[in-house]
Design a protein around this ligand. Structure first.
Ligand code: ATP
Ligand code: MG
Length: 274
């Protein structure tokens, strides 16, 4: 299982990445032949992740923050459902970041993110994140450039602090093509059970595809660090995306060398009375 080299998906710190050069439909290192085989492998990874999470939660020493970003219809919700199903819900939390409320806008942009970071033993998934403040904010021109430009450094400092204080930060960009987005938006129109996901405003954002890609590209290039790397996951193919994300989670948790804590009390020779 660990022969799957997740480091290949890391945006190399200190370099400029070019998203147009990364094929969103590629499936590197894919050994499973088809979807059926991949589903089996995903189940095995789910089990492994559940086991690791049990120790993470029991040990209550490490904190894990997963930042998930993508274009509209990029698969954030679907991948969260697939990768984190089967975990102990007590130790996992998904936090979604929508347009900031008035209360949030009255503070600095990192305030609402910091408020939601994981506690000891917990895994928190940010469905969108503080990165919107250099993504949506940039594309929609919500604050002046000289203001959002400084945020890359703030974000690096913030994540560095989290890491220094015991939080493992993993950032995942689900990379889809413009054609794949069209297909998925069309499905939201065609399938009644998906209608609720369709927003006309998404079409306006789709027209700004290149601007969004550029914003992602720069954000990833500026903030992929050794301590808090960005993984760029080819995500046109959903099961491949889920596999890679699961591998990233399993291998990240394994690297923490988790251990179940000993009993707090002396349990030697204890007999449970009838
Ligand atoms: P789905 O992918 O299923 O549509 P979603 O994450 O897009 O889910 P929505 O409610 O459709 O959820 O969209 C949330 C919106 O909030 C996005 O357009 C996002 O760019 C915007 N947003 C989030 N954070 C900020 C921010 N800090 N400033 C401005 N806009 C933001
Ligand atoms: Mg949306």
């Amino acid at each position: 299982m660990s022969s799957f080299p997740i480091s290949n998906f890391i945006a190399k710190p200190g370099t400029k990445i070019d998203l147009t050069a990364i094929d969103s439909s590629a499936m590197p290192f894919q050994k499973a032949k088809d979807r059926k085989e991949a589903t089996k492998r995903l189940e095995a990874l789910n089990d492994e992740l559940a086991e690791l999470q049990r120790a993470l939660w029991a040990q209550a020493k490490h904190r894990v923050l997963v930042v998930l970003q993508a274009m509209d219809a990029g698969g954030k919700d679907g991948s969260i459902r697939k990768v984190f199903s089967g975990l102990n819900p007590s130790g996992v939390r998904v936090e979604s970041f929508k347009r900031p409320t008035r209360k949030e806008l009255m503070r600095d942009y990192l305030w609402r993110a910091h408020d939601k970071v994981p506690v000891d033993g917990e895994i928190v998934v940010f469905n969108r994140s503080h990165y919107e403040d250099v993504l949506a904010v940039r594309v929609l021109d919500l604050v002046p450039q000289e203001q959002w430009r400084k945020r890359y450094q703030h974000i690096n400092d913030f994540e560095r602090m989290l890491s220094d204080e015991g939080t493992t930060v993993v950032k995942i960009f689900l990379h889809i093509s413009k054609t794949e987005q069209k297909r998925r938006l069309q499905r939201r129109l065609d399938e009644p059970s998906k209608n609720w996901k369709f927003k006309v405003a998404d079409l306006e954002q789709r027209q700004l595809w290149d601007e969004h890609q550029l914003a992602f590209q720069e954000a990833i290039s500026q903030t992929s660090t050794a301590r808090a790397p960005w993984y760029v996951v080819p995500s046109d193919n959903k099961w491949y995306r889920d596999l890679v994300m699961s591998e990233i989670m399993v291998q990240t948790l394994k690297s923490l060398e988790l251990e179940y804590p000993p009993a707090e009390d002396d349990i030697d020779g204890i007999v449970i009375p009838d």
